[in-house]
Design a protein around this ligand. Structure first.
Ligand SMILES: Nc1ncnc2c1ncn2[C@@H]1O[C@H](COP(=O)(O)OP(=O)(O)O)[C@@H](O)[C@H]1O
Ligand SMILES: [Mg+2]
Length: 291
């Protein structure tokens, strides 16, 4: 296993310290970089010395078996979990994220599976929930505020190419894909630069999944950094640029999506290539498999 990775000069990630296939990260400074993040829950070591990076205009797929540490990693970035050790860098500068409000202030937004939408409220109200103060002291305050919020809602949905019958319908009446899109639009309204999505297509049918994958592409094309947790490798191969595989709390592998196969990713997820037999078949040159 890629245990005890030696530290690279300048804190950079050492290529070859993990399983990889053509995994060349984009050049420059990532929007977000994690260095040596560890997190234990009692006796469970959920994250072990994890490095992670995501760049602007990039979609990173975060995959791994149940319990691999994916959600814990996302929650570390979004301020829900405080790591036991390690560093978080934003644009190369060290930051501390001690709660969700810190993450939001840094432009980090997370869409969890439950979406946290209010079913009985309409789209506009959902998008501005908790931010109703933002319109300032206008004359005829309330009405002006409603008009402005509706205008912004239409604008952001257009920007994301999200189609819904009306911004004044309760979100309960929308499809799963549309609801997911509303949750993502909310992150845009908060000026996110990094959007984290935990299993965004898990509950969706084919057409709705397509809608959400399109939305993810839109986020990337607008220069955001996007991290998507997914169990669905077809989705992963369709939408991500790089795949980072977590296994047993460690970053086990990184793949450039254009230079890898589903078999390689599955092998990294299951740890097949780390088996006792030393018959790694050359599919992953340069991998360091110290036991
Ligand atoms: N709040 C928590 N309390 C105790 N154990 C937790 C908690 N959150 C996660 N874990 C444990 O940490 C490990 C990683 O979990 P998680 O990050 O949810 O994995 P994944 O999202 O990859 O399925 C699992 O063993 C899980 O049971
Ligand atoms: Mg999870």
């Amino acid at each position: 296993m890629a245990e005890n990775q030696p530290e690279a000069p300048g804190g950079a990630q050492l290529p070859g310290s993990e399983q990889s296939a053509g995994a060349v990260a984009p050049q420059g400074e990532p929007v977000l970089r994690l260095l040596g993040i560890s997190k234990a829950f009692g006796a469970v070591q959920a994250l072990k010395d994890v490095d992670f990076e995501v760049y602007a205009g990039e979609v990173v797929g975060l995959v791994g078996d149940n319990g691999a540490g994916k959600s814990t990693l996302i929650k570390t970035i979004s301020g829900v979990n405080i790591p036991d050790s390690g560093e978080i860098l934003l644009d190369g500068r060290r930051v501390s994220i001690n709660g969700p409000a810190d993450a939001t202030a840094l432009g980090i937004e997370t869409v969890y599976q439950d979406l946290a939408l209010c079913d009985n409220l309409d789209v506009v109200s959902n998008l501005f929930l908790g931010r109703e103060d933002s319109a300032g002291p206008l004359p005829f305050g309330r009405i002006m505020r409603e008009v402005e919020m509706e205008r912004r809602t239409v604008q952001v949905l257009k920007q994301l190419d999200v189609k819904i019958p009306s911004v004044r319908v309760p979100v309960a009446s929308l499809s799963g894909g549309q609801r997911q899109s509303i949750a993502v639009a909310k992150t845009i309204l908060r000026n996110a630069r990094l959007v984290l999505l935990d299993e965004p297509t898990a509950a969706l049918g084919v057409a709705q999944t397509r809608q959400v994958l399109n939305l993810i592409r839109r986020l990337r094309d607008q220069g955001l950094a996007v991290v998507v947790i997914s169990h669905n490798l077809a989705d992963v191969f369709e939408v991500v640029d790089r795949v980072i595989v977590m296994r047993l709390g460690r970053r086990a592998a990184t793949f450039d999506i254009h230079a890898t196969t589903a078999e390689q990713v599955v092998a990294a997820i299951t740890g097949a290539e780390f088996g006792e037999e030393p018959e790694v078949n050359g599919a992953t040159p340069g991998a360091t498999l110290a036991s």
